[in-house]
Design a protein around this ligand. Structure first.
Ligand SMILES: CC(C)(COP(=O)(O)OP(=O)(O)OC[C@H]1O[C@@H](n2cnc3c(N)ncnc32)[C@H](O)[C@@H]1OP(=O)(O)O)[C@@H](O)C(=O)NCCC(=O)NCCS
Length: 192
């Protein structure tokens, strides 16, 4: 099966909620997670970030998804995550088409100047689209300076999350380069 570009559309998921279930299944096939949690994350999609964009063809088949989230420390950029093309349609340039449309959406609808992302294994795909390696960025609005192993993090949560209210947010960082986040992922960015 091949798709000519005129048969393809990239649409905001929250305006086409009939694709929600299929989107949950497609993403969970790649990154298994509870259906409820995935649905909750996808139904948060809105015009004003986070925004889930979906790729469909003229037969109304769901082919791909990408989610845009806010980068509180870099207001003229956003973070692209959960980029996925349905398994049997990979290697046909649909990922390229989806990312190009995501970039147009960010530039023309959200009026952003940059896009950031992180990946582990798809560096070549993004590099072919013009993305370059950059220092890690935080999607939370504060720097992260320690790497906590998952089992230790769970223990810390149990020990500290009881009835204690969360601490106030940390001050904003000045620039991408000033972050000190440590990560095993490759962070990449592109000027739009
Ligand atoms: C990554 C993904 C979105 C790419 O979509 P796709 O439609 O298969 O990619 P395309 O056909 O548009 O590929 C474009 C180019 O990137 C290359 N490419 C794609 N994936 C690659 C990979 N994993 N490693 C190296 N090169 C890759 C292709 O060979 C192609 O190169 P060419 O232009 O020289 O022919 C898709 O494979 C996918 O959904 N993967 C699983 C989920 C995932 O890992 N998402 C990324 C999260 S960061």
């Amino acid at each position: 099966m091949t798709c000519s570009e005129i048969d393809l559309k990239v649409l905001p998921l929250h305006k086409h909620s009939q694709y929600l279930e299929a989107c949950v299944d497609m993403i969970n096939e790649e990154w298994p997670r509870s259906k409820t949690a995935r649905m909750k994350s996808l139904t948060a999609s809105c015009d004003n970030l986070p925004t889930s964009l979906i790729l469909i063809n003229n037969k109304m088949n769901l082919l791909g998804h990408a989610k845009l989230t806010r980068l509180p420390n870099i207001p003229n950029s956003c973070f692209v995550e959960t980029v996925v093309i349905t398994k049997h349609m990979r290697g046909k340039k649909l990922g390229t088409f989806l990312m190009r449309k995501v970039e147009c959406y960010c530039k023309n609808v959200l009026h952003l100047k940059m896009l950031h992302l992180s990946t582990k294994g798809q560096e070549e795909f993004y590099s072919k689209l013009g993305y370059e390696i950059c220092p890690p960025v935080s999607t939370y609005g504060n720097p992260v300076s320690i790497v906590v192993k998952p089992d230790k993090a769970e223990k810390m949560n149990q020990e500290t999350c009881g009835n204690i209210p969360p601490p106030p947010p940390l001050p904003k960082l000045q620039s991408v380069a000033s972050t000190n986040i440590k990560s095993s992922k490759t962070f990449m960015f592109k000027y739009l």
